[in-house]
Design a binder for this molecule. Structure first.
Ligand code: C2E
Ligand code: MG
Ligand code: MG
Length: 465
C-alpha cells in the first residue's frame, strides 16, 4: 500500500486532530482506485442520473478524490471545497443552484463536459461519527430541490462508503496484529442489512408498526393515525425506516414487507374498533412506496385486504409521494381512480419536496395533501417557507382537498398553521410515533382530545385500566 501523505499545515484544534487521526487509521489517502468504492460512485451516478459523482476525503489542506464517476477529478484544495460545507454543517448539504455559491471550488471548476449547476453532498463518517469525507453528486441542470427520500438515499450510499472504510480499518489493524483474525470483519459485515436480513426479519416477525396521531388543529382531537414501520433488530435494536426502506425498495423486498404492513394495519384497525366501536371514524394511513404503487393489481389487493379484515374502506388511507405518481402519470391516474372507487383516502405525502407541479395536482383524485415537514420546520424562520406553506394551503382549498401539516414541533408553528387555515397536523409537539399500547391509551382519552405536550404518565392516570 502506498505511503499515506497527510498534510498538516492547517490542523486546528483537538477535534480536527481526532478527525485526522481517524482518517489516518483508514490509510485511504493516496491509494489506488478500488472496485468496491468505484461501485458506490457508479451506483450513485445511475440512481441519481448524476453527471459527475465524487467520493473524496480531506486532510488538512487537500480534498483528495478516491473515486469519481463522470469527470476525472483527482484532488482539490480543501479550502472552499464541498467538504468544508458539509463539515461546517455537520450533515448533508444540498445546493440546487451553484451560481449562488461563487466561492465553491467545485462550482468554479469548469469541467470538461459540463458546467456544474447543482450538487448534493452527504458526509462519510468514521465509526465515532467524525466526518472524514463526502460523497457528492453534481448535475449540470439547476434543480429546484432534492426530495427527502433521495437525500436519504445519498446518505445511505455515504454510509455504505463508511462501512467499506471501517472494514478497511479493521483489516489494517488485524493484518498488523493477528494476520489470520477475521472475526471483526465478519462482525462489521453483519452490520449491513442485506436482502437476506430483510427476508429473515419478515419471517421472524421483527417488523412492527408504530402509530403517530393526526389531529384536528382547532380541537386537538385525534382524527387518524399514520402507521410507520420499525425494524426491531435482535442486536441493533430499533431501526428506522430510512435505514432499510431504500434497500427494501431496491431489492424488491418492499412488496412482501408492504403487504405485511397493510395487512397488519387493517388487523389493528379491526382490533381497535372491536374494543371501542366509536373508533370507526378514525382513519389509519399506510405509506406506499413507489414500487408498491406501480405494482400490478394494487387496487384488487387492497380490496381483498379490506374484505378479509372486515374494515370499512373509509378507515384506511394510503400515502404516496409525488415521485410515485409522476413517472407514469397515465397509469398513476388509473390506479388512483380504482383505489378511489374502493373508497380509501388518498394522501399526497411530503408535498413540496418533489415536482410540486401545480399543473398535475388538480388532475389527480387526491383527498389530502401532507405538507412536508421541511417547510413546517422553517416556516417561522423566513418568508419563503411561510409563503410556500400558505400557497399549499390555499391550493388545497381551491382544489377541495384537506391539508395535514407534518412535523409540527413548536407551539409557534402550531398556532401559525391554525391561523393560516390548516385544518390538520401531526408532529412531535402532539405525539411521536409510538407503539400500539401507547397509542391505544391515547385513543382512550375522553373525546380523543390530546393534552399536549403529551405526558404518557398522565394518560395512564386518566385511564387506569
Ligand atoms: P413519512 O411518511 O413522511 O413519515 C413522517 C416521518 O416524520 C416519520 O419518520 C415521523 O417519525 C417523522 N416525524 C413526525 N413528526 C415529526 C416531527 O415533529 N419532527 C420530526 N423531525 N419528525 C417527525 P419515520 O417514522 O422515520 O419514517 C420515515 C419515512 O419512512 C416515512 O416518511 C415514510 O416515507 C417511510 N415509511 C415509514 N413507514 C413505512 C412503511 O410502512 N412503508 C413504506 N413504504 N414507507 C414507510
Ligand atoms: Mg407518510
Ligand atoms: Mg411525510
Amino acid at each position: 500500500m502506498p505511503a499515506t501523505r497527510i498534510e498538516t499545515s492547517q490542523i486546528e484544534g483537538p477535534e480536527e486532530e481526532a478527525r485526522l487521526s481517524a482518517l489516518a487509521s483508514t490509510r485511504i489517502l493516496d491509494t489506488e482506485a478500488e472496485s468496491s468504492f468505484d461501485a458506490v460512485t457508479r451506483l450513485c451516478a445511475e440512481y441519481f442520473r448524476a453527471d459527475t459523482v465524487l467520493l473524496g476525503f480531506a486532510d488538512a489542506s487537500r480534498y483528495w478524490i478516491k473515486s469519481y464517476w463522470g469527470e476525472a477529478v483527482r484532488e482539490l484544495p480543501r479550502k472552499g471545497s464541498v467538504f468544508e460545507r458539509v463539515l461546517a454543517q455537520d450533515g448533508p448539504v444540498v445546493v440546487p443552484d451553484i451560481s449562488q455559491e461563487p466561492h465553491l471550488n467545485e462550482g468554479r471548476m469548469r469541467l470538461r463536459r459540463m458546467d456544474v449547476a447543482s450538487f448534493a453532498s452527504a458526509p462519510v463518517r468514521s465509526a465515532e461519527g467524525r466526518i472524514l469525507g463526502t460523497l457528492t453528486i453534481f448535475g449540470c441542470e439547476a434543480r429546484r430541490s432534492m426530495a427527502l427520500d433521495e437525500l436519504r438515499m445519498l446518505e445511505s450510499m455515504a454510509e455504505m462508503v463508511a462501512s467499506l472504510l471501517e472494514l478497511r480499518r479493521l483489516r489494517n489493524r488485524f493484518k498488523a496484529q493477528r494476520p489470520r483474525q477475521s472475526r471483526p470483519m465478519v462482525e462489521a459485515l453483519r452490520k449491513w442489512p442485506s436482502k437476506l436480513d430483510l427476508r429473515r426479519a419478515l419471517d421472524e416477525r421483527q417488523f412492527v408498526l408504530y402509530y403517530q396521531p393526526e389531529i384536528d388543529l382547532s380541537t386537538r382531537k385525534i382524527i387518524g393515525l399514520e402507521a410507520l414501520i420499525r425494524w426491531t433488530h435482535p442486536e441493533r435494536g430499533l431501526i428506522s425506516p430510512a435505514d432499510f426502506i431504500p434497500l427494501a425498495e431496491d431489492s424488491g423486498m418492499i412488496l412482501p414487507i408492504g403487504d405485511w404492513g397493510l395487512e397488519e394495519a387493517c388487523r389493528q384497525i379491526k382490533e381497535w374498533c372491536h374494543d371501542d366501536p366509536t373508533r370507526h371514524t378514525l382513519r389509519v394511513c399506510v405509506n406506499l412506496s413507489a414500487r408498491q404503487f406501480s405494482r400490478d393489481g394494487l387496487a384488487d389487493h387492497v380490496e381483498a385486504l379490506l374484505r378479509q379484515s372486515g374494515i370499512s374502506s373509509r378507515q384506511l388511507g394510503l400515502e404516496m409521494t409525488e415521485s410515485s405518481l409522476i413517472p407514469d402519470m397515465r397509469t398513476a391516474l388509473e390506479v388512483l381512480g380504482s383505489l378511489r372507487r374502493l373508497g380509501v383516502s388518498l394522501l399526497m405525502d411530503d408535498f413540496g419536496t418533489g415536482y410540486s407541479s401545480l399543473s398535475y395536482l388538480h388532475s389527480f383524485p387526491i383527498d389530502v395533501i401532507k405538507i412536508d415537514r421541511s417547510f413546517v420546520g422553517r416556516m417561522t424562520e423566513g418568508d419563503q417557507p411561510l409563503q410556500i406553506v400558505r400557497t399549499i394551503i390555499e391550493l388545497a382549498r381551491v382544489l377541495g382537498m384537506d391539508v395535514v401539516a407534518e412535523g409540527i414541533e413548536t407551539c409557534e408553528q402550531y398556532h401559525l398553521l391554525r391561523d393560516l387555515g390548516c385544518r390538520f397536523g401531526q408532529g412531535f409537539l402532539f405525539a411521536r410515533p409510538m407503539p400500539v399500547e401507547d397509542v391505544t391509551l391515547l385513543l382512550s382519552l375522553p373525546g380523543r382530545i390530546l393534552p399536549f405536550p403529551v405526558d404518557l404518565k398522565q394518560v395512564t392516570v386518566l385511564n387506569p385500566a
